[in-house]
Design a protein around this ligand. Structure first.
Ligand code: ZN
Ligand code: ZN
Length: 263
Protein backbone atom coordinates (compact mmCIF):
# COMPACT_ATOMS: atom_id res chain seq x y z
CA UNK A 1 0.00 0.00 0.00
CA UNK A 2 1.41 3.38 -1.01
CA UNK A 3 0.50 6.64 0.74
CA UNK A 4 0.97 10.19 -0.56
CA UNK A 5 0.22 13.17 1.65
CA UNK A 6 -0.59 16.32 -0.34
CA UNK A 7 -0.40 19.75 1.29
CA UNK A 8 -3.21 21.88 -0.09
CA UNK A 9 -1.61 25.30 0.40
CA UNK A 10 -5.06 26.72 1.15
CA UNK A 11 -6.20 28.77 4.14
CA UNK A 12 -8.06 25.82 5.66
CA UNK A 13 -4.69 24.06 5.85
CA UNK A 14 -6.09 20.82 4.38
CA UNK A 15 -4.02 17.71 3.95
CA UNK A 16 -5.21 15.44 1.16
CA UNK A 17 -4.19 11.81 0.79
CA UNK A 18 -3.82 9.33 -2.02
CA UNK A 19 -3.65 5.65 -1.14
CA UNK A 20 -2.60 3.40 -3.98
CA UNK A 21 -2.12 -0.21 -4.87
CA UNK A 22 1.57 -0.79 -5.64
CA UNK A 23 0.53 -3.60 -7.94
CA UNK A 24 -2.14 -1.99 -10.13
CA UNK A 25 -1.73 1.76 -9.59
CA UNK A 26 -5.38 2.14 -8.61
CA UNK A 27 -5.70 4.93 -6.08
CA UNK A 28 -8.19 6.30 -3.57
CA UNK A 29 -8.32 10.02 -2.70
CA UNK A 30 -9.35 11.17 0.77
CA UNK A 31 -11.17 14.52 1.10
CA UNK A 32 -9.68 15.98 -2.11
CA UNK A 33 -10.82 19.60 -1.81
CA UNK A 34 -7.98 20.89 -4.02
CA UNK A 35 -8.72 18.09 -6.45
CA UNK A 36 -6.41 19.29 -9.21
CA UNK A 37 -3.43 18.85 -6.90
CA UNK A 38 -4.54 15.29 -6.23
CA UNK A 39 -4.99 14.59 -9.91
CA UNK A 40 -1.56 16.02 -10.73
CA UNK A 41 0.12 13.96 -8.04
CA UNK A 42 -1.63 10.79 -9.22
CA UNK A 43 -0.48 11.45 -12.77
CA UNK A 44 3.10 12.01 -11.62
CA UNK A 45 3.02 8.64 -9.89
CA UNK A 46 1.30 6.89 -12.78
CA UNK A 47 -1.79 6.14 -10.67
CA UNK A 48 -5.49 6.18 -11.59
CA UNK A 49 -7.89 7.59 -9.01
CA UNK A 50 -10.83 5.17 -8.95
CA UNK A 51 -12.36 6.01 -5.56
CA UNK A 52 -12.89 9.05 -3.36
CA UNK A 53 -13.72 8.91 0.35
CA UNK A 54 -15.14 11.83 2.32
CA UNK A 55 -14.45 11.42 6.04
CA UNK A 56 -17.47 13.64 6.77
CA UNK A 57 -19.90 16.07 5.23
CA UNK A 58 -18.18 19.44 5.73
CA UNK A 59 -17.61 21.45 2.60
CA UNK A 60 -13.84 21.74 3.16
CA UNK A 61 -13.75 17.95 2.68
CA UNK A 62 -16.39 17.45 -0.01
CA UNK A 63 -15.88 20.52 -2.19
CA UNK A 64 -13.56 18.73 -4.63
CA UNK A 65 -15.80 15.74 -5.28
CA UNK A 66 -17.56 17.00 -8.40
CA UNK A 67 -14.37 18.12 -10.13
CA UNK A 68 -12.48 14.93 -9.39
CA UNK A 69 -15.38 12.65 -10.31
CA UNK A 70 -15.75 14.51 -13.62
CA UNK A 71 -12.03 14.20 -14.35
CA UNK A 72 -11.63 10.55 -13.36
CA UNK A 73 -15.03 8.83 -13.14
CA UNK A 74 -14.10 7.78 -9.59
CA UNK A 75 -16.73 6.32 -7.25
CA UNK A 76 -17.64 8.40 -4.21
CA UNK A 77 -17.76 6.77 -0.76
CA UNK A 78 -18.90 8.35 2.51
CA UNK A 79 -20.61 7.54 5.80
CA UNK A 80 -24.08 6.27 4.97
CA UNK A 81 -25.60 8.82 7.35
CA UNK A 82 -23.81 11.70 5.60
CA UNK A 83 -24.62 10.57 2.05
CA UNK A 84 -27.79 12.62 1.64
CA UNK A 85 -26.05 15.82 2.73
CA UNK A 86 -23.00 15.17 0.53
CA UNK A 87 -24.88 14.08 -2.60
CA UNK A 88 -23.65 11.85 -5.40
CA UNK A 89 -22.46 9.11 -3.03
CA UNK A 90 -22.08 5.73 -4.76
CA UNK A 91 -21.38 3.69 -1.64
CA UNK A 92 -22.54 4.41 1.89
CA UNK A 93 -20.07 3.27 4.55
CA UNK A 94 -20.70 1.71 7.95
CA UNK A 95 -18.54 0.46 10.81
CA UNK A 96 -16.44 -2.54 9.78
CA UNK A 97 -16.80 -2.06 6.03
CA UNK A 98 -13.65 -2.78 4.05
CA UNK A 99 -12.58 -0.62 1.11
CA UNK A 100 -10.29 -2.40 -1.34
CA UNK A 101 -7.81 -0.58 -3.55
CA UNK A 102 -6.56 -3.03 -6.14
CA UNK A 103 -5.69 -6.40 -4.63
CA UNK A 104 -3.00 -5.33 -2.20
CA UNK A 105 -4.39 -2.37 -0.28
CA UNK A 106 -7.40 -2.14 1.98
CA UNK A 107 -8.88 0.18 4.56
CA UNK A 108 -11.28 -0.63 7.38
CA UNK A 109 -14.00 1.90 8.18
CA UNK A 110 -14.29 3.05 11.77
CA UNK A 111 -17.49 4.83 12.76
CA UNK A 112 -16.10 7.82 14.68
CA UNK A 113 -18.72 10.41 15.67
CA UNK A 114 -17.85 13.59 17.57
CA UNK A 115 -16.66 16.26 15.13
CA UNK A 116 -19.88 15.48 13.27
CA UNK A 117 -22.24 12.60 13.95
CA UNK A 118 -21.49 10.92 10.60
CA UNK A 119 -17.71 10.76 10.45
CA UNK A 120 -15.56 7.83 9.33
CA UNK A 121 -11.89 7.22 10.03
CA UNK A 122 -10.06 4.75 7.83
CA UNK A 123 -7.63 2.27 9.35
CA UNK A 124 -5.03 0.38 7.34
CA UNK A 125 -3.88 -2.87 8.91
CA UNK A 126 -0.25 -3.18 7.85
CA UNK A 127 3.22 -3.78 9.24
CA UNK A 128 3.07 -0.09 10.05
CA UNK A 129 -0.65 0.61 10.53
CA UNK A 130 -2.10 3.94 9.38
CA UNK A 131 -5.13 5.97 10.42
CA UNK A 132 -6.77 8.57 8.19
CA UNK A 133 -8.76 10.52 10.72
CA UNK A 134 -10.31 13.56 9.01
CA UNK A 135 -11.30 16.14 11.62
CA UNK A 136 -11.50 13.74 14.57
CA UNK A 137 -7.90 13.49 15.76
CA UNK A 138 -5.37 16.13 14.74
CA UNK A 139 -1.67 16.08 15.45
CA UNK A 140 -1.52 17.19 19.08
CA UNK A 141 -5.22 18.06 19.04
CA UNK A 142 -8.85 17.08 18.59
CA UNK A 143 -11.58 18.22 16.22
CA UNK A 144 -14.03 20.90 17.31
CA UNK A 145 -17.73 20.17 17.68
CA UNK A 146 -19.15 23.48 16.43
CA UNK A 147 -20.84 22.32 13.25
CA UNK A 148 -23.05 19.36 14.04
CA UNK A 149 -20.74 17.64 16.54
CA UNK A 150 -20.97 16.44 20.13
CA UNK A 151 -18.02 16.58 22.57
CA UNK A 152 -19.27 13.60 24.61
CA UNK A 153 -19.39 11.44 21.47
CA UNK A 154 -15.93 12.70 20.54
CA UNK A 155 -14.65 11.57 23.93
CA UNK A 156 -16.15 8.11 23.39
CA UNK A 157 -14.48 7.91 19.99
CA UNK A 158 -11.12 8.88 21.46
CA UNK A 159 -11.30 6.64 24.51
CA UNK A 160 -12.95 3.55 23.07
CA UNK A 161 -11.59 3.51 19.52
CA UNK A 162 -8.69 5.75 18.52
CA UNK A 163 -6.58 5.44 21.67
CA UNK A 164 -6.94 1.64 21.50
CA UNK A 165 -5.16 1.35 18.14
CA UNK A 166 -1.52 0.21 18.11
CA UNK A 167 0.95 2.88 19.25
CA UNK A 168 2.85 2.34 15.98
CA UNK A 169 -0.14 3.63 13.97
CA UNK A 170 0.82 6.55 11.74
CA UNK A 171 -1.67 9.42 12.04
CA UNK A 172 -2.90 11.21 8.90
CA UNK A 173 -5.30 14.03 9.86
CA UNK A 174 -7.40 16.24 7.59
CA UNK A 175 -5.68 19.51 8.50
CA UNK A 176 -2.25 20.79 9.49
CA UNK A 177 -2.57 22.41 12.93
CA UNK A 178 0.45 20.93 14.72
CA UNK A 179 2.26 24.02 16.06
CA UNK A 180 -0.93 25.73 17.21
CA UNK A 181 -2.04 22.56 19.00
CA UNK A 182 1.34 22.10 20.67
CA UNK A 183 1.03 25.63 22.02
CA UNK A 184 -2.26 24.63 23.61
CA UNK A 185 -0.63 21.51 25.10
CA UNK A 186 2.12 23.66 26.59
CA UNK A 187 -0.42 26.15 27.93
CA UNK A 188 -2.06 23.25 29.79
CA UNK A 189 1.12 21.31 30.61
CA UNK A 190 4.07 23.73 30.72
CA UNK A 191 6.31 20.89 31.94
CA UNK A 192 5.60 18.66 28.92
CA UNK A 193 9.14 18.24 27.57
CA UNK A 194 8.07 16.13 24.57
CA UNK A 195 5.64 18.83 23.43
CA UNK A 196 8.24 21.55 23.98
CA UNK A 197 10.88 19.72 21.96
CA UNK A 198 8.45 18.98 19.16
CA UNK A 199 7.27 22.58 18.97
CA UNK A 200 10.89 23.69 18.75
CA UNK A 201 11.53 21.18 15.96
CA UNK A 202 8.51 22.34 13.94
CA UNK A 203 9.28 26.07 14.13
CA UNK A 204 11.31 26.12 10.93
CA UNK A 205 9.25 23.59 8.96
CA UNK A 206 6.91 24.38 6.10
CA UNK A 207 3.44 22.78 6.38
CA UNK A 208 4.25 20.31 3.62
CA UNK A 209 7.22 19.07 5.64
CA UNK A 210 5.48 18.54 8.98
CA UNK A 211 6.28 15.16 10.52
CA UNK A 212 3.96 12.19 10.26
CA UNK A 213 3.49 11.20 13.89
CA UNK A 214 2.55 7.89 15.42
CA UNK A 215 -0.20 7.35 17.96
CA UNK A 216 2.51 6.64 20.54
CA UNK A 217 4.02 10.07 19.84
CA UNK A 218 0.57 11.64 20.05
CA UNK A 219 0.14 10.19 23.52
CA UNK A 220 3.18 12.21 24.62
CA UNK A 221 2.03 15.59 23.36
CA UNK A 222 -1.72 15.55 22.63
CA UNK A 223 -3.61 16.82 25.71
CA UNK A 224 -6.75 15.01 24.57
CA UNK A 225 -4.84 11.73 24.99
CA UNK A 226 -3.24 12.77 28.31
CA UNK A 227 -6.29 13.00 30.54
CA UNK A 228 -4.53 11.61 33.62
CA UNK A 229 -1.63 14.10 33.61
CA UNK A 230 -1.18 15.58 37.09
CA UNK A 231 -0.08 18.99 35.75
CA UNK A 232 -3.01 19.09 33.35
CA UNK A 233 -5.52 18.30 36.10
CA UNK A 234 -3.98 20.76 38.54
CA UNK A 235 -4.14 23.60 36.02
CA UNK A 236 -7.64 22.63 34.95
CA UNK A 237 -8.78 22.93 38.57
CA UNK A 238 -7.62 26.54 38.53
CA UNK A 239 -10.07 27.19 35.68
CA UNK A 240 -12.81 24.91 37.03
CA UNK A 241 -12.60 24.94 40.86
CA UNK A 242 -15.49 22.49 41.15
CA UNK A 243 -13.38 19.79 39.48
CA UNK A 244 -12.32 17.05 41.91
CA UNK A 245 -8.66 16.20 42.52
CA UNK A 246 -9.19 12.90 40.71
CA UNK A 247 -11.64 13.72 37.94
CA UNK A 248 -13.01 11.20 35.49
CA UNK A 249 -11.16 11.23 32.13
CA UNK A 250 -14.44 12.12 30.40
CA UNK A 251 -14.78 15.27 32.47
CA UNK A 252 -11.17 16.28 31.80
CA UNK A 253 -11.70 15.79 28.07
CA UNK A 254 -14.89 17.86 28.02
CA UNK A 255 -13.30 20.71 30.00
CA UNK A 256 -10.29 20.70 27.68
CA UNK A 257 -12.50 20.79 24.61
CA UNK A 258 -14.40 23.72 26.16
CA UNK A 259 -11.18 25.59 26.92
CA UNK A 260 -9.74 24.96 23.48
CA UNK A 261 -12.87 26.50 21.92
CA UNK A 262 -12.02 29.89 23.35
CA UNK A 263 -8.24 29.61 23.47
ZN1 ZN B 1 -15.00 19.16 9.52
ZN1 ZN C 1 -12.07 20.11 8.00
Amino acid sequence: MLIERIWSGNSYRNFHYLIASAESGEALAIDPLEWRLCLDRARERGWQITQIVNTHEHRDHTGGNAGLVKATGAKLLAHAAAAARIGGVDRGLAKGDVIRIGRDAELECLDTPGHTLAHVCLFAHAAQPALFCGDTLFNAGAGNCHNGGDPARLYDTFSMQLSQLPDTTRIYPGHEYLARNLEFTLDREPDNAAAGARLQATRTLQPADMPVMTLGEEKLCNTFLRLGSATLIERLRADFPQLSTRPEPREVFLRLRELRNRW
